[in-house]
Design a protein around this ligand. Structure first.
Ligand code: ADP
Ligand code: MG
Length: 589
């Protein structure tokens, strides 16, 4: 590390100024960043009373010499950049030379540091901005920053702090984010004497993601590595059977900096599409890495927000790439047997995920659904009208070797190349209908069934206008509707195998159009409409006995779907019990 020096005035003026010390967690963030910049491989955070009474961050980084130490608390003194041009390519976490100054101004700050190659360390105090003399201390190489009595000299700000438990939780969240971004650094956090987190150094991001999240989803996440528009993307995402009602399970990092990035969160939601039910969000950790010249970290005082050039293009490309990867991935939920406490979560060396035999077969490009493959005959097809010849290649995609039978007239049992597969026949059929309808909406050949007795529908003017504007869309999905005088319409045809009240369905359809019009883009609107109609079309029901040929036909058609593993509402269509799991259960492994 180069020596600490004051930044020239013209550089100071270019730096996004603002208060960085809002609460104890912001201090922890700044101190951890300093430790990381100092090349530490081990960082310990200790706090008392939610950090209000004391925060102590100790590292084994490069430390500071006795001469440097006083400079560290000076305004705009930093060892990390020298001139304005360095602002364009920032490689360190800090660069403003302001954090220690600001902390020292609102607390009793004590810094102990020993630089590599020095025989002793030095301790310095700074109280409410006033520095006192330094003294020698015995210590190992590294730095320990102790912040006591936060806001002791600004009682008004102290009042704004939340309860100790809340502030403590914020500190923990801050450390967890740092730990996610730096798996090779060990982190320990203590609330007083109580160890709250203890992350030992691990070689890979995935291992750290699991250690930090401690959640089921991260046992076997969707792990993606992509390059999108020159940006390296590494993501560990929850499979669609895991989700949350909000986005709190998502963490984003740009060049290993934690950032709040609603645009990235939105890209994820778009990518998951209908694999998740409405109002549910995936969990995951996403790392973006890009050339520092494309990144502006100098837009927010706490560097929480960053600006990336070409953000919109990146957002689109990312959601497409993640979406493609999701639709091609093996989304089979693991059977619950793997939760057996006797069963190690991962096999073979540390926390590596089980390798799937199916990984080699993963089809990364969506399979096109052509008419003969997708036998769209509703109930009849699946129950009695099974085709004589089968397009078996498709079944390979699901790994199905043969159909074994049906259970409770609701689930199809099949032998697959990897084990036993259970298919929810109703969910599977809904997925098939959904993709067919979506295809029609996107410009495919519409299918419609004429009504023997046309129905009339009278609507209030605003609603009539919505319907009039949606006639094309309706026709594509199979509703044949014509205007008949002012606000009256005649329904001549409906999508095949629609069941229930035709008028009610049309009203629901209009609700969906009105609701979506100002919020969703065209593709999302199409998906929402297809999902709506898919559950109004008669599908094979649970409890309905199926002939072997019909079961095969259903599986085949499912296999031809673009995303065969979930129903339009995000529930799984099939689950599997792998051979290794079966063998484990029988004590053969
Ligand atoms: P910045 O990180 O923006 O440079 P800070 O006020 O956070 O500003 O720190 C000022 C300087 O003090 C840093 O540039 C660095 O040289 C030194 N410093 C701070 N913390 C540490 C640490 N834990 N180990 C070694 N040096 C440190
Ligand atoms: Mg700093």
């Amino acid at each position: 590390m180069t020596r600490i020096a004051r930044l020239p005035e013209e550089v100071v003026e270019k730096i996004a100024a603002g208060e960085v010390i809002e609460r104890p967690a912001s201090i922890v963030k700044e101190l951890i960043e300093n430790s990381l910049d100092a090349g530490a491989s081990s960082i310990e955070v200790v706090y008392q009373n939610g950090g209000k009474r004391e925060i102590r961050v100790t590292d084994n980084g490069c430390g500071m010499t006795a001469e440097e130490l006083p400079l560290s608390v000076e305004h705009h003194a930093t060892s990390k950049i020298r001139g304005a041009e360095d602002l364009l390519t920032i490689h360190s976490f800090g660069f403003r030379g302001e954090a220690l100054t600001s902390i020292g101004a609102v607390s009793r700050l004590r810094i102990r540091s020993r630089a590599g190659g020095e025989s002793t360390g030095t301790e310095m105090l700074c109280e409410g901005g006033r520095r006192s003399a330094s003294a020698e201390v015995g210590m190992s190489t590294g730095t320990s920053v102790i912040v006591e009595d936060l806001f002791f000299n600004t009682p008004a700000r102290r009042k704004f702090l939340k309860a100790d438990s809340r502030e403590g939780a914020e500190i923990l969240h801050t450390v967890r984010k740092a730990a996610l971004a730096h798996p090779k650094v060990s982190f320990r956090v203590l609330d007083g004497a109580r160890v709250m987190e203890d992350f030992e150094a691990v070689p890979s991001d995935q291992e750290r993601v699991h250690a930090v999240s401690k959640a089921d989803w991260s046992l076997d996440p969707l792990a993606l590595q992509l390059e999108v528009q020159g940006v390296q993307v590494e993501a560990f995402l929850s499979r669609p059977q895991f989700s949350r009602v909000n986005r709190t399970g998502q963490e984003f990092f740009v060049n290993r900096r934690p950032v709040t990035a609603p645009w990235l969160s939105y890209a994820l939601s778009r990518a998951y599409g209908e694999t998740l039910p409405h109002g549910r969000f995936p969990m995951g950790v996403v790392f973006l890495n890009l050339e520092s010249s494309r990144l502006d970290v100098n837009v927010h005082p706490t560097k929480r927000e960053v600006r990336i050039s070409g953000e919109r293009e990146l957002q689109n490309a990312l959601s497409e790439a993640v979406g493609r990867a999701i639709s091609g991935k093996d989304l089979f939920p693991k059977s619950t047997f793997s939760k057996d406490p006797m069963t190690p979560p991962f096999e073979g060396g540390g926390l590596r995920p089980e390798s799937h035999a199916s990984e080699e077969r993963i089809i990364l490009h969506p399979v096109s659904v052509s008419e003969p493959e997708l036998n769209y005959k509703g109930t009849q097809t699946a129950s009695s009208d099974a085709p004589d010849t089968l397009v078996t290649q498709n079944l390979n995609r699901l790994g199905v070797v043969r159909v074994l039978g049906q259970m409770r007239s609701s689930y199809i049992l099949a032998e697959s190349s990897e084990g036993l597969m259970l298919v929810d026949q109703h969910a599977a059929h809904e997925r098939i209908h959904y993709e067919k309808l979506l295809q029609c909406l996107k410009g495919g050949e519409p299918q419609s069934q004429r009504l023997l007795l046309p129905e009339t529908l009278e609507l209030p003017p605003a609603r009539a206008q919505t319907l009039e504007q949606s006639l094309g869309l309706l026709q594509r999905i199979g509703f044949l509707v014509e205007p008949f005088g002012d606000s009256t319409f005649v329904i001549n045809g409906v999508p095949p195998f629609l069941h229930g009240e035709v008028v009610q369905h049309l009203e629901d359809f209009l609700d969906q159009v009105e609701e979506g019009a100002d919020r969703l883009n065209v593709e999302e609107q199409q998906k929402a409409l297809a999902a709506l109609v898919a559950c109004k079309v008669r599908s094979v029901k649970a409890g309905q006995a199926l002939a072997p040929q019909a079961m095969l036909s259903l599986l085949e058609t499912l296999a031809a779907c673009e995303s065969p593993f979930t129903c339009p509402h995000g529930r799984p269509t099939l689950i599997k019990l792998s051979f290794p799991e079966i063998e484990k259960q029988f004590g053969r492994r």
